[in-house]
Design a binder for this molecule. Sequence first.
Ligand code: DGY
Length: 331
Amino acid sequence: MSKPSVYVTRMIPADCIAALREHFDVDVNPDDRALTHEDLKQQVRGRDAVISLLTDRIDGEVLDAAGRQCKIVANYAVGFNNFDIDAATARNVILTNTPGVLDDATATLTFTLLLATARRIGESERFVRQGEWQGWAPMAFVGLDVDRRTLGIAGLGRIGKNVARKAAGFDMKIIYSDVRRDLDFEASFNAVYVDKPTLLAQSDFLTLHVPLLPETKHYIGAAELRQMKKTAVLINASRGPVVDEAALVEALREKIIWGAGLDVFEEEPALAPGLAALDNVVIVPHIASATTETRLKMGEIAVRNIVNVLAGKAPDTCVNPEVLRQISRDF
Ligand code: DGY
């Protein structure tokens, strides 16, 4: 009997592919580039399972192209705004993500951006490499203090909390905003729950950890940027469209806020016009989860979910659990 067929839309750690091959016939996109939507539809045809990336739009067209035998699309990411959840649920396709294993790496990168922006690491490094350094100078690259400053956290999920743990080492005062209050968190971190206007007005460093939803698109726009301190720094390692990038470029150019550290962008890999020319922004290419161990663990979750689902069992993680209830299996 032939083995179930699994498609992986781009190379992930080789150990994960090897683990898949123990159970399935596996094809991997041989090119180190994201597939076009058309290519994706071609490649998923007849597959029983797919490992997708956040760059792959998994919508009704893709699922119809895959066919009714396709049981699961496992995202190699914790974020899943690339999924059309309703389309998958209507077709009884299980969608999974990789929560939990990338909190440390993502919070570390968030804090790296915070420190790099405050201490002007990007521009001072460029200055040295370009051979412009003439020696120690009292007024060169003077930045911001981080210790004992106020850190605002928008979205208190696992990653937001992990950032708070790192901030504790700098004695930062924590304020946060979320749809829910977390009294245990407040007690552990001496943190204060605030509304959005207070978060904007009081944060010295504001870090975004909300998921991308219709309600969080442009959570930070021109009006919000004007409510922030002139000395404030904005950090975004969540999803690009949470920030109105054109408004941010304007605010950085006009010194409405002091700086920004960005891992994510509205139209990746394109940057908003003018962004790359600004010195008061640190820009990295969506690398928050990019550590060897984290990327391996993300793959392990995706593989385990596929093995379980194709064996008729429940996946460890599922973003459309209605499907688990809908389908008549012994979950
Ligand atoms: C995610 O997992 O959602 C990150 O953005 C990429 O690792």
